[in-house]
Design a protein around this ligand. Structure first.
Ligand SMILES: Cc1ncc(COP(=O)(O)O)c(C=O)c1O
Length: 400
């Protein structure tokens, strides 16, 4: 027995990580992993980019780089983000090692053990794990189809012993809830936070993966309209577009917050992979990103359509879901007395796997939901896999 530090003593392997092992077993149709599709990566474009790099750029790719990021990437990414309306000139941009590192840096910057963080319920498991590792006290607020429940949030904050340090939200193409905040809900949230001195962390890892123009409009980041009396720390990622293997994300924050972020990152890993930063920069600067994103949106929206069709065909009437307008996920709701972990065991035996709801509950309790990911999946497996899961729910219900 080792005397582990207090901050890691309470860390446990999450169900989702354990499941990753099952998800890769041959023969199991997996709706579990929240990763992009292996067959959609821009391998040809990246091959071309690398082969055509001048020797000096190739050499610099193998080197350490500056902590804030590879300067040409900072420039091309700024241009890319500016096109979305993000305030890149009045804020500072930091390249991070995945956007999970951006969340990690912000948590280190603001959280002492016992400090309160408001999260959505459900929320992204990676962020929950980061918050736990800093011994934060998480207080969660439910999300409905339009976003975080503002009435609940107000009551929650009124009754807390101390003010939360920050509130962490994923307004676009939510993981796992599959929803996108309505314009009205965004406004309500910003209005409520005005002058409260509670920082808003806006995680926008799926921003480019909208399925239609209406969704594109809805997904305009709150950071684009940051009011003077609210501080928004904005995070984004190349993981869901270029690939998680790049390990590249970013953080857009005001100067005061940025200064500490840079120092924290310096101590964490000195710099993000320079190799992939060089490649990502060429991908952006050569304009390859735009046709590639069009291609991705079409592919993922086809998969979404096929999954929605299969759900309508096979799921018992009492299973509810919202059709996502972007991203990777369907979030299905079962009657309150159903236990999705038990259903998952039956589904695995029958040949399909998903992630049970409690994985995404910061308290690890609420379990009458499950997440189906349609991203990393052969299209011809969707119908068959959804049928297996629907049959497994039936099998479970008969035993109740
Ligand atoms: C909502 C959300 N935020 C952030 C991330 C982190 O991605 P990365 O660290 O690969 O950029 C993910 C990945 O699943 C996610 O779903």
């Amino acid at each position: 027995m080792y005397a582990f530090s207090k901050s890691v003593e309470q860390l446990r392997s999450s169900e989702i990580r354990d499941l990753m092992r099952l998800a890769t077993q041959p023969g199991i149709i997996s709706f579990a992993g929240g990763m992009p599709n292996n067959d959609l990566f821009p391998i040809k474009e990246i091959d071309e980019i690398f082969n055509n790099l001048p020797p000096e750029k190739k050499k610099s790719a193998f080197q350490y780089g500056p902590t804030p990021g590879y300067p040409p990437l900072l420039k091309s990414l700024k241009k890319f983000l500016k096109k979305k309306g993000l305030p890149v000139d009045s804020n500072k941009l930091l390249i991070t090692t995945g956007s999970l590192q951006a969340i990690n840096i912000l948590t280190k910057e603001f959280i002492d053990p016992g400090d309160i963080i408001i999260t959505e319920n459900p929320s992204f498991i990676g962020a929950i794990s980061v918050f736990k590792s800093y011994q934060a006290r998480m207080e969660s607020v439910p999300v409905n189809k339009d976003g975080i429940d503002i009435g609940f949030l107000k009551k929650k904050i009124e009754h807390l012993p101390t003010k939360p340090k920050f509130i962490y939200v994923t307004p676009n193409f939510h993981n796992p809830a599959g929803i996108t905040y309505s314009k009205a809900r965004r406004k309500e949230l910003l209005d409520y936070l005005g002058d409260k001195n509670i920082i808003l962390i806006e995680d926008d890892a799926y921003n480019d993966l909208y399925f239609d123009n209406e969704a594109k409009e809805m997904a305009i980041p709150m950071k684009c309209n940051e009011p003077d009396n609210v501080t928004i720390c904005y995070t984004g990622s190349f993981s869901k577009i270029l690939g998680p293997g790049f390990r590249l994300g970013w953080l857009l924050v005001n100067e005061e917050i940025y200064e500490k972020c840079e120092l924290i990152k310096q101590a964490m890993d000195a710099c993000s992979p320079n190799f992939t930063q060089v490649l990502a920069n060429e991908f952006l600067a050569q304009g390859k990103i735009y046709p590639y994103l069009d291609f991705l949106r079409k592919e993922y929206s086809q998969r979404k359509f096929m999954m929605d069709k299969a759900l309508k065909k096979y799921m018992p009437d009492y299973v509810k879901w919202n059709e996502p307008n972007g991203g990777f996920y369907f979030w299905c709701e079962l009657p309150p007395n159903y236990d999705s972990s038990e259903i998952m065991k039956i589904a695995i035996k029958n040949g399909a796997v998903f992630v049970s709801g409690k994985t995404f509950d910061p308290a690890g309790v609420k379990n009458n939901n499950f997440r189906l990911s349609f991203s990393n999946m052969d299209k011809d497996q969707i119908d068959k896999g959804v049928k297996i899961i629907a049959d497994s729910i039936d099998e479970y219900a008969k035993g109740l």
